[in-house]
Design a protein around this ligand. Structure first.
Ligand code: WQD
Length: 344
């Protein structure tokens, strides 16, 4: 049987690289397109080291419409697109909104135009629980109202979902699934791929691992006066490998034509909320290492607490997160050590 060819945009990034490995494990022929603005070409070598298969790689910024057109002209066997490529730093998006709107929206529009032009009917889109803002009810279900975004980054995710909804309605030969991630953390068990933010980490777990390694003096805990178990904010942390596996299931739902609507969306979380202090404690316990921290003021734009109702993803997608907080923390630490000790 000829391998089904899948385009993975942002495929040298954190979640993209883990998804490429899972796709290759399932026998798919993968084409990575990435502009390397937030990742390194070396990740292609590491993916090959893990799976034994070298994916095709194209360096391209997807806001280049003619470049995207040439890409679809070159890869004539594409059956689906998994679209990760986007800017995703909440704080940066507030400082540079036009950069975020141009990159995140134009990239998607260029892809959809070519998918229509070259008969590539299926898209899995990387969305975020950010679309919910601070939910009224918890756990949050897919039917919860989409709240006004807290940041331009979050707004681009909301607008992209609307673009998908309108596009598949106008062109019913296209179909899309949006996956609303909660908080992806952890790394592949080989410690060959993982989260490697450039500069000072914005997200909690890379800041914890860099503090534990001695690269940062101490972690700032943004507030401990929330209405939560210990006053620190609560999130639904999900292992990046669990997240990657969900993308294969979503792509196959479209490839096999078992989607019920042309546009579907699913929460990808564990269903369990953990506070910042609980994450720190889990990291210290499982790795036997202290994490120095101090409590400071709340961070602008943060919500208080969110965790997923995973019923629809469990029952309709047939997917469930399997890895717990301890494995998230131990794999994140193994990756940090491998990066800093040059083992990868
Ligand atoms: C988690 C918790 C912070 C850093 C954002 C996006 C989401 C996704 C993940 C892209 C919060 C606290 C953090 C620190 C801290 N982005 N924290 N000290 O903000 O929940 O989600 O990143 O895929 O779409 O919205 O993630 O890891 O930044 O923060 O106390 O140094 O950790 O206040 O409560 P967030 P985060």
């Amino acid at each position: 049987m000829s391998q089904k060819q899948i385009l993975v945009t942002g495929g040298t990034g954190y979640i993209g690289s883990h998804t490429v490995v899972e796709l290759q494990n399932q026998g798919y022929d993968v084409v990575i397109v990435d502009d390397l603005s937030n990742s390194d070409r070396e990740v292609v070598d590491r993916i090959e080291k893990i799976s034994g298969i070298r994916p095709h790689f194209e360096e391209l910024n997807l806001i280049d419409a003619e470049g995207v057109n040439q890409l679809f002209k070159k890869y004539t066997k594409l059956t689906a697109v998994i679209h990760f490529a986007a800017f995703k730093a909440v704080g940066e998006s507030v400082q540079a909104p036009l950069k975020y709107y141009q990159n995140n929206l134009v990239s998607l529009i260029n892809l959809l135009n070519c998918m229509k032009e070259y008969d590539v009917p299926n898209m899995v889109f990387s969305s975020s629980c950010t679309v919910y803002g601070q939910p009224e009810e918890l756990p949050v279900t897919e039917n919860a109202p989409v709240q006004p975004a807290e940041s331009p980054y979050g707004n681009t995710k909301q607008i992209c979902e609307e673009i998908l909804r309108d596009t598949v309605k106008a062109y019913p030969q296209l179909k899309a699934i949006a996956l609303r991630y909660f908080n992806p953390v952890g790394a592949h068990k080989t410690a060959l791929i993982g989260e490697l933010p450039k500069g000072v980490p914005q997200n909690l777990v890379p800041f914890i691992t860099q503090t534990a390694f001695g690269l940062r003096d101490q972690l700032s805990v943004f507030g401990n006066n929330y209405d939560t178990v210990d006053g620190s904010a609560v999130r639904d942390y999900i292992h990046v490998v669990d997240l990657a596996k969900a993308h294969i299931i979503a792509a196959e739902r479209l490839l096999d034509g078992i989607n019920e609507e042309n546009y579907e969306y699913f929460n990808l979380g564990t269903g369990t909320g953990s506070s910042v202090l609980e994450v720190i404690n889990a990291f210290e316990k499982v790795n036997g290492l202290p994490v120095k921290y101090k409590v400071v003021d709340r961070r602008e734009g943060d919500i208080e607490k969110i965790w997923a109702d995973t019923t629809i993803a469990n029952e309709v997608l047939g997917w469930k997160a399997e890895r717990g907080l301890d494995e998230m923390m131990s794999s994140a630490w193994a990756w940090e050590k491998a990066v800093r000790e040059g083992d990868c």
